[in-house]
Design a protein around this ligand. Structure first.
Ligand SMILES: [Mg+2]
Length: 480
């Protein structure tokens, strides 16, 4: 589907924030609810035990769906679902945690050939034998399904149900997946948060029940949904975290932004306790779809990782391929001017600033890169690269002020860890000097106007666009 740049950012956000919520909640799984002032961080531990920033079964199962959708395959096809069961089994062989219901269904399906048909039959049999099968395990992995059908809501409803019933026979689980996928699709297309948008796809006899549950979520706290291993309480806990977390007003000078809602609501989801990673993964799918990948803090993007050996840029590439099609031309800056620009930062010897050529010809000692543009395929030899989505066009960045400050914080964090940083974009024309000026102002304790003048003296060809210059003034209103 042809998406605007902002819609694509939101499509990527759905998958990235699923992973972020999952990794944030991982260290608190099955813990008690926490008060609002308790700090929440990607501490790792939990059931794995997991490394800080590592995602768990929620995201791993979603990635298997995403990989298949990214090939352009229709998730409603039996062949696609057979491949999915196969991929889930590959993950299950090395998984460090797996939900009880999913584990039971996939292992009994394995005894009858591990096809999608065998999984559906095992799920039904699990339901009949225990009388219930409404775990949250199909809702937690559902975000990529929405990305595959942004252009076809009716197909999305069919696919959401079809992928849910592979492991979860209970119609409550499929209803929840339909509601959440419809809300994610709507958020990607419009930027709006509306969990009611898919109610028309729920069978009439259950629709009022779901309407009442949504109202209950809006009038409760996440911690009130104590049985959040159940799909209904998991959805209610996630929606409660989203709607009861106030959306901050933009106050760049104070360092608070509307984009912070994504982080604050995920923290609230985790503080609800019990199945923390799953509720936050569910919340993340919808929050990311509404606010975009650019609202996910760099501090989180740096450390996110998990099965099958993926990191943040891989999730972005997967989501992009699902939402816009599998064929993408490689990034190529041949013919662009200024790509060879390179200078030491005037306020910090441990930071280099320049154009994209510096990525290939890194100055001695550089062991971390902050890229403010899409980067070509280059061998980075283990050097960490923080990729930032920043577009050098007026009005093209949904969270411009947040992203500028967040990128500066990423450089500050790397420097605090003793790293030598290359900060670059394509031509060091607009993006690099803007972020470098804000970094320099904070580092040297000077006004951002003076910092920019000194950065521009080091990069004589640079000339930030008017949008970026205005953002710098908003971020430091005391400047001259
Ligand atoms: Mg988990």
């Amino acid at each position: 589907m042809k998406l605007t740049s902002q819609q694509l950012d939101r499509a990527c956000g759905a998958l990235l924030a699923t992973a972020a919520g999952d990794a944030l909640g991982a260290g608190y799984e099955f813990g008690a609810p926490m008060p609002p002032e308790t700090p929440v961080a990607m501490i790792g531990g939990g059931l794995g035990p997991f490394a800080p920033g590592e995602w768990t079964d929620d995201t791993s199962m979603a990635i298997a769906i995403a990989e298949i959708a990214a090939t352009g395959a229709d998730l409603r096809d039996e062949a696609s679902q057979d491949r999915l069961i196969d991929r889930w089994n590959q993950w299950r062989a090395v998984a460090r945690d797996i939900g009880v219901q999913t584990s039971s269904v996939l292992s009994s399906a394995a005894r009858s050939g591990s096809t999608a048909a065998a999984a559906r039959e095992a799920a039904a049999s699990h339901h009949r034998s225990g009388g219930r099968s409404g775990g949250n395990g199909s809702l937690m992995r559902t975000a990529p399904v929405a990305l595959a059908y942004l252009d076809d809501e009716a197909a999305l409803v069919q696919a959401a149900r079809a992928i849910s019933v592979l492991t979860h026979y209970d119609p409550e689980a499929a209803d929840a997946c339909v509601l959440w996928c419809a809300a994610i699709r709507h958020a990607v297309l419009t930027g709006e948060l509306d969990v009611r948008i898919g109610l028309g796809h729920i069978d009439a006899e259950r629709r009022t029940l779901w309407e009442d549950r949504i109202v209950e979520a809006e009038n409760s706290r996440p911690r009130d949904f104590t049985r959040n291993g159940w799909v209904v309480h998991a959805l209610q806990g996630a929606w409660s975290a989203i709607v009861t977390t106030a959306v901050p007003g933009d106050d760049p000078a104070a360092g608070t932004f509307r984009a912070d809602h994504l982080r604050l609501a995920l923290e609230a989801a985790v503080r609800g306790g019990h199945d923390t990673d799953t509720v936050a993964a569910i919340a993340g799918g919808l929050l990311g779809a509404a606010h975009g990948a650019s609202a996910v803090p760099a501090h989180w993007r740096r450390i996110l990782h998990g099965w099958p050996g993926l990191r943040t840029p891989d999730l972005i590439r997967l989501a992009t391929a699902i939402a816009t099609g599998p064929l993408h031309s490689p990034v190529d800056y041949t013919g662009w001017g200024g790509t060879e620009a390179l200078a030491r930062h005037p306020h910090d010897d441990g930071v280099w600033i320049g154009g994209v050529d510096a990525l290939l010809h890194r100055p001695d000692g550089v062991d971390a890169v902050v890229s403010l543009c899409r980067i070509p395929e280059v061998e980075l030899g283990g050097v960490e690269c923080v990729e930032v989505r920043l577009i050098d066009r007026v009005d093209a960045n949904p969270h411009l002020d947040f992203v500028l400050l967040d990128s500066v914080r990423a450089v500050e964090e790397l420097r605090a860890q003793g790293r030598t940083v290359l900060l670059h974009c394509v031509s060091a024309q607009s993006r690099t000097p803007t972020v470098a000026a804000l970094y320099g102002a904070r580092r040297a304790g000077i006004g951002v106007g003076q910092a920019l003048a000194e950065v521009l003296a080091a990069l004589p060809a640079a000339d930030p666009n008017a949008d970026f210059r205005a953002a710098l003034r908003r971020l430091d209103p005391d400047t001259d």
